[in-house]
Design a protein around this ligand. Structure first.
Ligand code: SF4
Ligand code: SF4
Length: 92
C-alpha cells in the first residue's frame, strides 16, 4: 500500500519550543526573491506565500535542512531546536 507524504507527516510527534529555531533574517529580501525556493523544497509546507509574502511556520519543521540549502540569498538563520524540543520521528 502506498502511503502519502501527508500521512507520513501525520505520524510524527513534535515538542514545539516557544522560541523559533529558524528565522528569516530580512523579510524584505524574501519580498524581492524571485525563486522562493524554500516554498518548493520544504516537505512539511512550513513556507507559504500569502498575499505575495512569505509566511513561515516553524512548528511543523522536520529539521531536514532543505530550506537552508535552497535559499540562494542566504536569508535563513537555521539552527536545530533546543534540546528536547523539535520533531520526534517514529522509526520502523
Ligand atoms: S528562498 Fe530565501 S530569500 Fe527567497 S523567499 Fe525563501 S527564505 Fe526568502
Ligand atoms: S528544515 Fe526542512 S522541514 Fe524545516 S522548514 Fe526547512 S525545509 Fe521545511
Amino acid at each position: 500500500m502506498k502511503v502519502s507524504i501527508d500521512d507520513r507527516l501525520a505520524l510524527l510527534k513534535y515538542k514545539v519550543d516557544s522560541k523559533p529555531h529558524i528565522i528569516l533574517k530580512d523579510e524584505r529580501v524574501c519580498d524581492t526573491c524571485q525563486g522562493k525556493f524554500c516554498v518548493h523544497v520544504c516537505p512539511a509546507s512550513c513556507y507559504k506565500i500569502e498575499n505575495n509574502k512569505i509566511v513561515f511556520h516553524y512548528e511543523d519543521c522536520v529539521e531536514c535542512g532543505s530550506c537552508l540549502i535552497s535559499c540562494d540569498k542566504e536569508n535563513i538563520d537555521w539552527n536545530y531546536p533546543r534540546g528536547t524540543f523539535g520533531v520526534n520521528f517514529r522509526w520502523g
